[in-house]
Write a new protein. Structure first.
Length: 93
């Protein structure tokens, strides 16, 4: 198991944000990913328009996962309309 940092940008509307957070939690559960810490970074202006949105709500997750599960999780998150962008970083041990 490796530790990762995941930054997920959700749509800024409250209902879309709440639904998106639930979807991410379900995907983490499906792919057996353990959430160590979750930090709401708030709404921010985006550097460029993404999916017709100029603002986004950022959540920073610290997770623990099997490296083989990150690629299928990535593919799953790309299909979610509530998520504007996301990125995973492996933390140094």
């Amino acid at each position: 198991m490796n530790k990762y940092e995941a930054i997920v940008i959700f749509r800024p509307e409250e209902d879309q944000f709440t639904k998106g957070k639930e979807i991410v939690k379900e995907d983490f559960k499906t792919f057996e990913i353990k959430v160590l810490n979750e930090e709401d970074m708030g709404a921010r202006d985006l550097a460029y328009v993404i999916k017709h949105s100029s603002k986004g709500r950022y959540i920073n997750y610290h997770i623990e996962a099997n490296p083989a599960k990150i690629k299928p999780l990535d593919a799953s998150l790309k299909l979610k309309s509530e998520i504007l962008k996301f990125v995973f970083f492996r933390e140094d041990n």
